[in-house]
Design a protein around this ligand. Structure first.
Ligand code: I3P
Length: 109
């Protein structure tokens, strides 16, 4: 699965709250492959297989859990991703169908 999403970092891999200057929403071209969620700047970066060295842009999905972020009311179509190593992210998708599709894809790979 691939597509554009907005992503916000909430907790780091040690379970510590992400510091203020790293908590803003950012757009990424997101692809799911081999139990990894890769976040590229755009489709071009995906084609060239360009990766930044930011560990938040290659997220391990194994033993991760995606759930609708019903408690997050500032934006629509948002899901929460909790990873096995205690990191937590919010992802905003484009509509309710995309929201369910990302959640199911992540949880049932
Ligand atoms: C963050 C940015 C985020 C906001 C976050 C801020 O500041 O405004 O949009 O999250 O609030 O820290 P900055 O741009 O300086 O990184 P929300 O959109 O969810 O409010 P937070 O610290 O309450 O997560």
């Amino acid at each position: 699965k691939k597509g554009y999403v907005m992503r916000k970092c909430c907790f780091e891999t040690n379970g510590k709250r992400t510091p203020f200057h790293k908590r803003s929403w950012k757009m990424f071209y997101c692809t799911l492959r081999d139990l990894m969620l890769y976040l590229h700047k755009d489709e071009n970066g995906f084609r060239k297989n360009e990766m930044s060295d930011n560990p938040h842009n290659a997220i391990r999905i194994h033993h991760a859990l995606a759930t609708k972020a019903t408690d997050y009311t500032k934006k629509q179509y948002v899901f929460r991703l909790q990873t096995a190593d205690q990191a937590e992210y919010l992802f905003q998708t484009s509509d309710s169908k995309e929201l369910q599709s990302w959640i199911d894809t992540i949880n049932f790979v």
